[in-house]
Design a protein around this ligand. Structure first.
Ligand code: FES
Ligand SMILES: [Fe+2]
Length: 425
């Protein structure tokens, strides 16, 4: 369980909150490049950390991310005209460039300098690793973009998607740090041919031992945790998951491709998940892509034209009780739909003070504790170490059958395998 006040600190991400201030020290995935496909394209609404924003690509190809409401009389700039290197409000024609400067104010008399006194809030934006990232903190603290392995691979080696999660970011992230659920929630008799090879192999291991032993090891970037399952011949099946501050998890699989997900807070009660499924050794194959596009793997099928999953609480995630009786533990199709069903069922902000946590929850407990420590340290003036060193993010998870019983020894033996190469993007 978590005390009510600690839960509040963990989940509130708006401006001025301890956790919101912490998140604003990191670059945040915000959009797919396809949402801003060309200079002077349609502006799009983005909500991040409880702030309503509008993003656009100007005539020179620069990306602007502005507060949505016009500083004149607060109309939405989403309705604005994206033209001649700026976004022009349609109410009275004031115009703003990507840096938030007011560059035209046609309702003021010629020669007026009033426009020089008006500035719209504007955030830095960069395209990196197949996403558009936004930095919402003070310019003086802007870090480098994190050197996550997938961000430095050619586009052919990765498959990316984003979708909404009707829950606070921490609840989604907790699902990634909870190896014990895989043997239940994702237990299925789905023929292996329907799934990515890595996923099909993994599900048989998950089911082999339903009570994995968990160990967490803290690092400067967050932590890694190992789940150890019994396996034949005095061997163990180890899954070592990487958690990278503030919201990334890289999930181990027996073979490529693997997935990294970022749980980006839209606000306190909703999250945008940014998924990258990748193979560092080569391009994704047709076989890799089929289950990804069919919604069986890490990403759900979406309602066309939106980032909303088709299967959601309004249709009970497609729950089929007959399938639940005969074919899968849940009766819900696809790993992602299964995950969202249980996580969203906890409510938009989980009442963690009513939980009863067991030994299988130690990575979840460690994540909450670390997030609270990080946010409180920043309140005391201690800058986040993870934001200061982009190279910390060059790590991989590990999925291995080995006779080693303890995590530290296992990781020291396989250090080279858990380190990603330095590559220029
Ligand atoms: S409200 Fe935007 S120009 Fe007046
Ligand atoms: Fe899951």
């Amino acid at each position: 369980m978590l005390k009510h006040e600690d839960n509040e600190t963990l989940v509130r991400v708006g401006p001025g909150t301890p956790m919101g201030t912490y998140f604003r020290r990191f670059w945040i995935p915000a959009l797919l490049p396809s949402e801003l496909p060309a200079p002077d394209c349609d502006p799009v609404k983005v909500r991040l950390l409880g702030e309503d924003l509008v993003a656009f690509q100007d005539s020179n190809g620069r990306i602007g991310v502005l507060h949505e409401r016009c500083p004149h009389r607060r109309a939405s700039l989403f309705y604005g005209r994206n033209e001649d290197c700026g976004l022009r409000c349609v109410y009275h024609g004031w115009k703003f460039d990507v840096d938030g400067n007011c560059v035209d104010q046609p309702t003021e008399p010629p020669g007026s300098t009033f426009k020089d006194k008006v500035k719209q809030v504007a955030y830095a934006a960069r395209e990196w690793g197949g996403f558009i990232w936004v930095y919402m903190g003070e310019a003086a603290h802007m870090p480098e973009l994190p050197e996550l392995e997938w961000a430095t691979l050619p586009p052919s080696h990765r498959w990316q998607a984003k979708w909404t999660y009707a829950a606070n970011y921490a609840a989604g992230l907790e699902g990634e740090l909870d190896s014990a659920h895989t043997g239940f929630l994702h237990d299925t008799k789905t023929p292996a041919t329907d799934m990515a090879a890595a996923m099909a192999e993994a599900t048989t291991y998950w089911a082999g031992d339903k009570a994995p032993a968990l160990t967490v090891e803290s690092t400067d970037y967050g932590f890694y945790y190992g789940s150890r399952r019994r396996y034949a011949d005095d061997k163990f099946y180890w899954r070592v998951t990487q958690w990278l501050l503030p919201f990334f998890a890289i999930i181990p699989m027996p073979k490529w491709p693997i997935s990294c997900r970022a749980y980006v807070p839209i606000d306190d009660e909703t999250t945008m998940v940014f998924n990258t499924t990748f193979n560092a050794d080569g391009p994704l194959t047709k076989e890799d892509l089929l289950p990804l596009e069919a919604g069986i793997g890490p990403a759900p099928e979406l309602i066309p034209g939106t980032f909303q999953p088709k299967l959601n609480a309004s249709n009970h995630y497609g729950l089929d009780r007959e399938v639940q009786r005969t074919k899968s533990f849940t009766g819900i199709y696809g790993i992602n739909n299964q995950d969202r069903a249980v996580v969203e069922s906890m409510g938009p902000i989980c009442d963690r003070w009513n939980e009863h946590l067991g030994t299988s929850d130690i990575a979840v407990i460690a994540m909450r504790k670390r997030m609270l420590e990080e946010a409180r340290a920043l309140q005391r003036g201690e800058a986040p170490k993870a934001a200061a060193d982009a190279s910390l993010y060059r790590v991989r998870p590990l999925d291995i059958i080995a006779p080693i019983p303890d995590l530290k020894t296992l990781v020291s033996l396989h250090q080279a395998r858990m380190q990603a190469a330095k590559r220029a993007a």
